[in-house]
Design a protein around this ligand. Structure first.
Ligand code: SAM
Length: 347
């Protein structure tokens, strides 16, 4: 750790101001997305603030302030005029909800959910109270699904297709289990990536399941895609799946329930079937708490503290897989801003 005398008070003040700028910038982006400014700039780069205000029926002086601030924060670039346009890649990151790099959902989760939860943390620190994921309603479930969209695309299009031997099994009419399927986005992506496979999602959140079932119905996939309510053991047959997938779910499960969920998921696999877990790994030492790859999970641990979530450490993850009978190698990698990818094959 750094020694106190090497750090000036001015430097510490500057850090707090930087974090505060980050807070404002997240709200600036949120306002830009919700008001339509970001989309309008993606569609018509080189617009003046007056043109944007006219197009969207907005108050021109405020649009000017928004554009100038976004330029200062390097969200926008500009030509003389000034004519504003989104900075490189910001069209995809902030205006294209179908793209795996889209972060509008993550921004919204911060402004709409986290901001509110943090206010309740003061009281929660005294009481230990929590407001769990389940029962927060459909809007919350949708915000979660939007913020995990990129991971779901990566799981369906890259991580699963790359697992040795899996694609041929699924092409031959195999089956995938998704544990914690939420609002069903990954189920639909899996059905697309593996057009011959049966896809079964399980979740305990009724609000999410209602959305998932609506999407499956709308996509006309009822014959081979299903979203079931209940535990894995009660809603699936043992040894009937070629893969079991969990995206941002393990840390959402109460620690006492984790061994059962992982054991039942592994029991659902056929021999040679794959378990894929995309989740976050909590740092287990002081040194890890300051390492860049643990910053995102560390913050999730705080952001979701009031949801009652406790993130698993590497040791816990590996014990869960071993205790579930996945005794072969456990493959581990980090993707994006600090998501852990774990894969293990059933002997
Ligand atoms: C953060 S959400 C992720 C949802 C979805 N996989 C996604 O990426 O958007 C976690 C999900 O896990 C579900 N979950 C939590 N505990 C569960 C359990 N014991 N069995 C099945 N699902 C569970 C929650 O209800 C929630 O829908």
């Amino acid at each position: 750790m750094e020694k106190d005398q090497e750090i000036t008070a001015d430097a510490q003040v500057a850090r707090v101001f930087e974090w505060r700028r980050g807070f404002n910038t997240i709200h600036l982006i949120d306002v830009g997305i919700k008001s339509g400014l970001v989309k309008a700039l993606a569609e018509a780069p080189g617009s003046t603030a007056a043109e944007l205000a006219g197009k969207l029926s907005l108050h021109a002086p405020y649009v000017e302030t928004w554009c100038r601030t976004a330029y200062g924060m390097e969200i926008l670039d500009a030509d003389t005029g000034p004519r504003w346009r989104l900075a490189p890649h910001m069209d995809v990151i902030l205006a294209n909800a179908a793209h795996p790099r889209y972060l509008g959902g993550y921004v919204r989760l911060g402004t709409e959910v986290a901001a509110d939860d943090f206010q309740r943390c003061v009281e929660a620190l005294r009481t230990g109270g929590a407001k769990p994921f389940q029962g927060r309603g459909e809007g919350f479930a949708q915000a979660i699904a939007e913020s995990t969209w990129g991971l779901q695309v990566v799981a369906a299009k890259k991580l699963l297709p790359e697992l040795p031997g899996l694609a041929p099994r699924l092409d031959a009419g195999g089956a995938i289990l998704e544990v914690g399927c939420g609002t069903g986005n990954l189920l639909l992506l899996l059905a697309k990536s593996f057009p011959k496979a049966r896809c079964v999602g399980v979740d305990i959140d009724v609000d999410s399941l209602a959305v998932a079932r609506g999407k499956i119905e709308k996509a006309g996939l009822n014959a081979r895609v299903e979203a079931r309510q209940g535990t894995i053991a009660s809603s699936t047959q043992p040894a009937s799946f070629d893969a079991a997938v969990m995206v941002e779910v393990l840390h959402e499960i109460a620690p006492s329930a984790r061994p059962g969920v992982i054991r039942d998921s592994a029991a659902g696999l056929k021999p040679g079937g794959w378990m894929l877990i995309v989740d976050e790994t909590y740092p287990s030492t002081l040194e890890e708490m300051r390492k860049p790859e643990f910053k995102f999970p560390l913050m999730t641990g705080f952001e979701e503290m009031y949801w009652g979530n406790v993130l698993p450490t590497r040791k816990e993850q590996e014990e869960l897989l071993r205790d579930a009978g996945l005794t072969g190698p456990i493959n581990r990698s980090i993707i994006g801003e600090g998501f852990t990818v774990l894969t293990a094959q059933k002997p």
